[in-house]
Design a protein around this ligand. Structure first.
Ligand SMILES: Nc1nc2c(ncn2[C@@H]2O[C@H](COP(=O)(O)OP(=O)(O)O)[C@@H](O)[C@H]2O)c(=O)[nH]1
Ligand SMILES: [Mg+2]
Length: 474
């Protein structure tokens, strides 16, 4: 099924200077060449990997569809490792679709989502972690996310995984040789020789797992709900963190009726900010929907920014918002640092440019161990302190360097957890001096689990589920 020739529009649908149609497979050259009318005197196959000028002509109607530049790229030095043709046409959706239709009419099949990358994987150009990195790179929301994806695309994660696999395979080979050839000269390995090797593999797996919480943050970002009663400055805070005028701000309480979601960049972590209508009792049916959505936003958030108006006394509404968040488990409880931490929350006291009337002691009683930050969205005072506090809360002071390899993908994490568990059991068996074939069963399972991450032992169903998430043309 993977040797037919496929085609798709590889650039996003919309108006643009250029748009690209990608064709891959054994018939790519022989399909496109007859559609291309080149300047007089140019015949035969153009040189590989160079641009050729010409017109795309519909072979039936002889109509000229567009003036194009075409790259003919000979396997194996191509994205898919097959013969690839990329047609650079003018970037209008209609033009690109007409050219694509003409190409498909020559017997080429429309590519499935991710099929070009799937072929690159099946033809051995990329392993699975690198193929997945292509998608992460395209979808990255911050430069830090981009860097992590690029590290993965360049194979840094695969290399670390292969090192651990190699060690495990070495141990399996020694055990199985001694089991298979007991009469010959293959000595039974001693636990003392194998233990350090397995500890080394275990350490490599654990090191990767340890980076996952952080890596996940950079890739998936953080849902951050801005909560508080109306008019405390929630929408102003959203705008300030985005450094744009996204939400409408007015002195009229209840201006924001629906929730607004935008992505801000918190020192490399994508922050999905949710501005809410505010949580307060209301009889207005429209407002009630807004209030319900605010509650839902808080409930589903990773972090809450609870906003107060420092220029006013605490109101009953402020207190009832506090009560609701407590019930949802936000903020740290108890008197001691060692007490159980609640869901992450920062209390933000806004309007520091005005005379202050808020009862801070009351707030500290309600939220004894929650960080407080005083800001003014009007002057910008305290905003970088707020970003510090957020960074501290979610990253605990850890930031990444440009060469970090971090696990960012839940699929990888789950497979590595399984590998770690099998390694642990194999070490227990070895320490208890159980027969070596017990040890080797778990080592094989650990080896396979690591291979699932790189794709060496991935099932077709897994491949389908991964590549179907790609966009068409990738
Ligand atoms: N003086 C002062 N006014 C502010 C500040 N932040 C917001 N406001 C004003 O407070 C009112 C309500 O702001 P808004 O962001 O719409 O509050 P929301 O209802 O919580 O979203 C508007 O008139 C803002 O201009 C601030 O830091 N200082
Ligand atoms: Mg608002």
């Amino acid at each position: 099924m993977h040797n037919d020739t496929i085609a798709a529009i590889a650039t996003p649908l919309g108006m643009g200077g250029i748009g690209v149609i990608r064709v891959s497979g054994t018939d790519a050259f022989s399909t496109i060449l007859p559609l291309l009318q080149r300047p007089k005197g140019q015949t035969g196959l153009p040189l590989s990997h160079l641009l050729t000028y010409g017109l795309i002509v519909d072979p039936l109607s002889q109509e000229v569809l567009d003036e194009v530049l075409v790259a003919f790229m000979r396997a194996p030095h191509t994205y898919t490792r097959e013969d690839v043709v990329e047609i650079q046409a003018h970037g209008g959706p209609l033009i690109l679709q007409r050219i694509l239709r003409t190409v498909l009419a020559q017997g080429v099949r429309m590519a499935n989502p991710g099929e070009f990358t799937l072929r690159a994987f099946l033809n051995g150009r990329l392993d699975l972690t690198r193929a997945e990195a292509v998608m992460d790179l395209i979808g990255a929301q911050t430069e830090a996310g981009q860097r992590l994806a690029l590290q993965q695309l360049r194979g840094c994660l695969s290399q670390q995984l292969q090192r651990a696999r190699c060690v495990i395979l070495g141990v399996i080979a020694r055990i199985e040789a001694s089991i298979d050839f007991p009469e010959e000269d293959v000595p039974t390995p001693h636990a003392q020789e194998l233990l350090p090797l397995l500890h080394e593999a275990q350490q490599q797996v654990h090191a990767l797992l340890a980076g996952y919480q952080q890596g996940k943050l950079y890739r998936q970002g953080l849902r951050t709900a801005i909560i508080g009663r109306p008019n405390v400055g929630k929408s102003s805070l959203l705008n300030a963190l985005l450094r744009t005028e996204r939400a409408i701000v007015t002195p009229i309480a209840g201006t924001t009726r629906d929730t607004i979601e935008e992505v801000a960049n918190l020192r490399g972590v994508p922050l999905y900010l949710i501005d809410t209508a505010g949580i307060m009792p209301t009889d207005d049916p429209l407002e009630r929907v807004g209030v319900e959505r605010s509650r839902a936003a808080a409930e589903s958030a990773d972090v809450v920014l609870l906003v107060f108006d420092g220029s006013e006394h605490l109101t009953t509404q402020d207190r009832s918002v506090c009560h609701e968040l407590k019930v949802m488990g936000f903020g740290s409880h108890g008197e001691n640092v060692s007490d159980q931490a609640g869901r992450p929350m920062i209390a933000v006291i806004n309007k520091s440019d005005c005379e202050q009337h808020i009862e801070r002691e009351v707030l500290s009683d309600i939220w004894p161990r929650t960080p407080f930050v005083t800001i003014s969205t009007l002057t910008g005072a305290g905003l970088s302190k707020l970003e510090d506090a957020l960074t501290e809360l979610v990253l605990a002071g850890k930031t990444i360097s440009s060469t970090s390899v971090l696990l960012t993908n839940a699929r990888h994490e789950q497979a590595l957890q399984r590998a770690a568990e099998h390694l642990r059991i194999s070490l227990v068996s070895l320490n208890q001096q159980l027969p070596l074939d017990f040890v080797s069963i778990d080592l094989r399972a650990a080896y396979d689990a690591l291979g699932e991450v790189t794709g060496e032992t991935a099932s077709d169903a897994l491949l389908d589920s991964i590549f179907s998430k790609f966009c068409i043309g990738k």
